[in-house]
Design a binder for this molecule. Structure first.
Ligand code: ASP
Length: 343
């Protein structure tokens, strides 16, 4: 068959799950059974192949080694396909999408992650539309044959988002994702309408799959009443290199000296601290309020409008490249794959 080609990579998730009739628990099924459920895939005019994780996983069990595995799979098949669809559980999809956006340097083809809230076999499933449209987007190109979406994206419930800008916002609604700080890349109605200005431009950089992530990163959510012992316990974790601290509002935290001393002790041990907001949208402006001024003095890195997912995975990526201290701070402040907006 001529026409575009797309590789489906099946990692697991609700999209391919079946309910065990005896226990009632949902477990992943294999890829062939999943494809049987969507015969329309055969008549889309797209050459489709698929590969699968040996054991499909609930995305709560997917982590850095699996992100590397998916990136390597894409790398191994990169030349042979016009686009890639990654079927993935929605729970941690935003983390995987973020990680892939950093691992796939110079990406020039679509990598579209999708999944569903209901299994593909159930009557009211959202899986069918998500899968079919994700394939269509992964195969879409302009009149010069260039892919329309040369980046890692998430497609869910009629909307396409930049992967490293997404957050899962609902545990039940079909519209489970948002990208609070970046416009949607496309909306699927009768036509799929792409917002070209929101999509990353074609880049002439060589494609390269990075193969290292360093998991010496933690996330700490500030809360009113946070105690310094608690901070010390977390910041004293062995092999901790960096901490993503989710702060209040535009990057604020307590001015309690004990809290700040705990951060100071960690900084003295060489731990980098990245400040992102725990709000749903907006950005960190360190120093705007007195309650964030001390962070500047402590060398806390302002994380601009990064999501927690993007901040965490970008830290793992940069540490994996050997960046520490100043180099890590510099790397965190500059966009690699459209993950943050410069002020
Ligand atoms: N627990 C499932 C998963 O993330 C939920 C889903 O697929 O939406 O794998």
């Amino acid at each position: 068959m001529t026409g575009p080609s797309v590789l489906i990579i099946y990692t697991g998730g609700t999209i391919g799950m079946l309910r065990d009739p005896r226990s009632g628990v949902m477990r992943p099924m294999d890829l062939e059974r999943l494809e049987e459920q969507v015969p329309e895939l055969q008549s889309m005019g797209v050459r489709l192949d698929s590969v699968s994780f040996e054991t499909p996983l609930d995305s709560s069990d997917i982590g850095p080694n699996d992100w590397l595995r998916i990136a390597t799979m894409i790398g191994a098949h990169y030349a042979r396909y016009d686009g890639f669809v990654v079927l993935h559980g929605s729970d941690t999809m935003a983390y995987t999408a973020s990680a892939l956006s950093f691992l796939l340097e110079g990406l020039g083809k679509p990598v579209v992650l999708t999944g569903s809230q209901l299994p593909i076999g159930s009557i009211r499933t959202d899986a069918r539309e998500n899968l079919i449209t994700a394939v269509e987007i992964a195969a879409a190109h302009d009149d010069q044959g260039r892919p329309l979406v040369p980046e890692v994206a998430v497609y869910f419930e009629y909307r396409l988002y930049r992967g490293n800008r997404t957050v899962k916002v609902h545990a039940e609604r079909f519209q489970a994702f948002r990208s609070p700080n970046w416009p949607e890349l496309a909306e699927a109605g009768v036509h799929i309408r792409y917002d070209r200005a929101a999509i990353l431009p074609h880049r002439d950089r060589p494609f390269k799959v990075h193969e290292k992530l360093d998991t010496g990163v933690g996330v700490l959510r500030l809360f009113p009443g946070i105690r310094s012992e608690w901070m010390d316990a977390m910041l004293g974790t062995e092999r901790l290199e960096a901490l993503v601290m989710t702060s209040f509002g535009s990057g604020n935290g307590p001015t309690d000296p004990q809290f700040l001393d705990a951060l100071r002790r960690a900084r003295a041990r060489g731990i980098s601290i990245i400040n992102v907001t725990q709000c749903d949208g907006g950005r960190v402006e360190q120093g705007r309020y007195a309650t964030s001024a001390a962070f500047n003095d402590l060398g806390v890195v302002p994380g601009a409008d990064l999501t927690v997912e993007a901040a965490l995975t970008k830290c793992m990526f940069l540490l994996g490249q050997g960046h520490r201290d100043e180099a890590l701070s510099e790397g965190m402040r500059n966009p690699v794959a459209g993950e943050l907006t410069l002020a």
